[in-house]
Structure formats: C-alpha cells, structure tokens
Write a protein that binds this ligand. Structure first.
Ligand code: GLY
Length: 428
C-alpha cells in the first residue's frame, strides 16, 4: 500500500481552515497538522497552538515525518520559510524568499513588471520623506494611490481624498513609522477606475494552471461603500466564460512575468495571486501576492475537483500543474463583529440554527474560539459562510440562508456578495 503523506499547514485564519479541510480530503493525506491553527481547525487537523521559528518547524517536521509544508500567509514566505526548511530537507509548497519579494516589496514587483512590459499603473518610488511630500504638493491627490513598499497586512494602501490626507499618509508612513519599516519606502502610483478581480494560479516556473477568476469585496458596506476591510466575502467564477480573459492574462502578464523571473534566476513555485483592475485597454496589474487570497481561497477551494495535495506535490516534483474545477459557482459571505473594521468587542457566543442551515454549507472560521462546548467570537472577521450552487444565484441563496442562520451579538455582513457578476472581461 502506498504510504500516505503527513502534512503541515502554516497559518490560523479562514483561508487556512479551508486549506486544511481541502488537504485533509485527499486520499493521499496521512496526519495533518496546523501551526499555530485555531480551535476550529483542530476539527480537521492537529493544531500546535503556537508558532515556532523556522529551525524549530524543520525539527517538528522531521519529528512528525511531514512530507509537505503548505504555507498559508505571506509573512513566513517573505521571511524565507521555504529557503530555511528546504535547506533542512523539508519539502515546502510556497515560493522562496526572493520570489516572495513580488509581494513583500512593491517597488521590486513594479520594477519586474516594467522590465517584462507587464501593464500596470505608472509609479514613482520614494526613500526620502521630503521628496515624497514635495511630489505630493505638485500632484492631484485624487489621481494617485499611496502604498507602503513592505508588508502591512492589507493596511498599507491609501487613496487620498485631499492633499492634506495625502501628505499626512506619507508623514505617517515615512516619518511616524505607523507601519514600521514597511513604510520606509513609499510608492505613489496612478489611480485607475475599474472593477477589480483576483486571478490565482498554481505556478511551476514556466508552467501554470489557473483557478476560476474570483472577486473579493473589500469595503465594509453594500455597494462598495465604507472603509476597507480584510475582505467581506468573495465569489467565483466572476465571468460566465473566462477562457478568452485568461488567455489575455497569460499572454500579457503571466508569461512575461515567468520569463523575467527565470532570467533573474528565480524559479517561481507555489500560488501566484494577480490582483487586476479591468480598464478599457485591458487588465492592468495592481499587485502580486505570493499565496492564496483570503477570502478568495474560501470561494475557490470548494470548487476544486483536483486533489490539492497531489497537485502541490506534483509541482515540487517538477510537474506542470493541471487543475480541474467543477461547474457552477461558490459564494463566501464573511460574518463580522459589530464595529469591524473599526474597534469591536469579542467573546460573544455564536448560535447556529441547524434546522435552517443548508446541509452542504461550509463554515470556515476566521476569528472564533471554542470554550465549554460552544464557539465564541474572537476576531473582527468571525466566520465565512460558503456555499456551492449550480448557478451563482443558487450559491448566493444558500450562502445567505446560512448567514441568516448564524447569530452572535453585533453580527454584520454584506448582502451583495456575488452580485454584479461581470458580463464581459472588459470595462464597457
Ligand atoms: N483578498 C486579498 C488578499 O488576500 O490579499
């Protein structure tokens, strides 16, 4: 009998809950661990409860006979988890530190895009606060976006509404160090209008396979109003027919990117997330991330027919990825704590009306804890309620039936996740 593979997932949020659930469904999966994990993830995997340094993770992997480490979030990738563990003989699914700079340094990503001729908003980079402030005094604040160069957990992007807002954003990032060293360098880029979509691909150097195109809903209120959040929900697929769109992404973005990286000696392996804005002249890249999106993962993994473990393993053995997805759609609605993304309270009991919840609904936990036989809220984003349907409308109806069947004090969520699917791949 073929030996099953023990797996270690790194992370603790809704994305990692979905990852642990998907990996555990593989016939090839032996014991599955998650570091640090969460109470909810402990239903699918053995959780460690705390995060260790990379050398300790390598020792843990050796002790538990881990055949593959799957890294959920960007921070360990940017800090070189893949490089350290690989040097200790542990197989890791996720790009090396140099490749992870596509996410951990916006100026690096822009430089690579310019060198490869990839369409992206025009940009300037500043290492000096006086020079950045001087530039802002001569620029229309409504036509720019200010970004911290480094990782800020989604909190390093400002779309200023006035010159004083623009100046204080740069003061905050570069002088007051509100985002630490991540804001020592700042990128100021052209602001574009258009719909945004997330294109995820499993990549092995010059080969790749796409996930269905998905969309995250960042602003807190319906109709994309209010402050940005970590994501209030996602759905996939975004386009009724995405073949032509993905061929364009391949030709104009992924193929030149892979070529440019290989020329620089970087063989990208892992998940690549391409954040796109749709403009009249075609898609342009707003950002690259080096992992699955959260909450996009909670919408695309349930659609995946392929075995994620086998596909990831294949990449590490040099195979070209070939992912398959089921027909239909998935909608993931995030239930958040009252006040989120501002200040919020936690510790409220979560009730689920089992009579009303659709049988095949998936609940991926982002911020909960289990105590005395029940779950309590423990974060800003609390639960992901994900549902599959043969149509987007059916998936929406089920997801919202599920969202209504869950209650906790202060619960709020958007009612329009999955609405407004794009008819075409170009902005009209
Ligand atoms: N959904 C956005 C992200 O994962 O960065």
């Amino acid at each position: 009998m073929k030996k099953k593979l023990n797996i270690l997932v790194i992370g603790s949020g809704g994305r990692e809950h979905a990852l642990a659930w998907k990996l555990a469904s593989s016939e090839e999966c032996g014991d599955i661990y998650c570091m640090p994990g969460s109470d909810a993830i402990s239903r699918a995997a053995r959780v460690t409860g705390s995060m260790a340094g990379f050398r300790e993770i390598a020792a843990f992997a050796a002790g538990k006979d881990i055949g593959m480490v799957f890294v959920g979030p960007e921070a360990p990738l940017a800090a070189g988890i893949t490089d350290t563990l690989s040097s200790e003989g542990v197989r890791v699914f996720g790009p090396c530190r140099e490749a992870a700079r596509l996410e951990s340094s916006k100026s690096f990503a822009k430089e690579v895009m310019d060198a490869a001729g990839i369409p992206t908003p025009s940009w300037e980079s500043f290492d000096s606060a006086p020079e950045a402030l001087d530039y802002l005094r001569k620029t229309d604040p409504l036509k720019i976006v200010i970004k911290a160069d480094g990782l800020c957990g989604g909190k390093g992007v400002v779309l200023p509404g006035s010159r004083s807002e623009a100046l204080s954003a740069v003061e905050g990032l570069m002088r007051k160090k509100t985002r630490g060293e991540a804001g020592s360098r700042v990128i100021i880029e052209e602001r574009l209008e258009g719909d945004e979509v997330s294109v995820l691909a499993m990549v092995n150097g010059n080969d790749w396979s796409f996930f269905p195109v998905s969309r995250d809903h960042k602003p807190v209120y319906d109709g994309d109003r209010g402050p940005n959040t970590g994501g209030m929900g996602a759905f996939a697929p975004v386009f009724p027919a995405e073949g032509e769109f993905l061929r364009e992404v391949e030709k104009r973005i992924l193929s030149p990117l892979a070529g440019e990286l290989l020329e620089r000696g970087i063989n990208y392996t892992g998940i690549l997330y391409i954040g796109l804005i749709l403009t009249p002249s075609g898609p342009r890249v707003l950002e690259f991330n080096v992992r699955l999106g959260d909450p996009e993962a909670q919408a695309v993994l349930p659609l995946m027919e392929s075995d994620l473990l086998v596909s990831a393993l294949g990449i590490m053995e040099g195979e070209a990825p070939r992912l398959k997805f089921r027909e239909g759609a998935c909608v993931d609605v995030v239930l958040a704590s009252g006040g989120y993304p501002g200040s919020y309270e936690t510790g409220f009991p979560i009730y689920i009306d089992k009579e009303k919840i659709p049988g095949d609904l998936m609940l991926f936990h982002s911020g909960t804890r289990f105590d005395d036989g029940r779950y309590f809220t423990a974060g800003g984003r609390v639960l992901n309620v994900a549902a599959l349907g043969s149509t987007l409308e059916e998936a929406r109806e089920k997801a919202y039936r599920g969202a209504d069947a869950v209650s906790f004090r202060g619960k709020h969520f958007r009612r329009d996740i999955g609405k407004g699917r794009y008819k075409s791949c170009r902005k009209q």
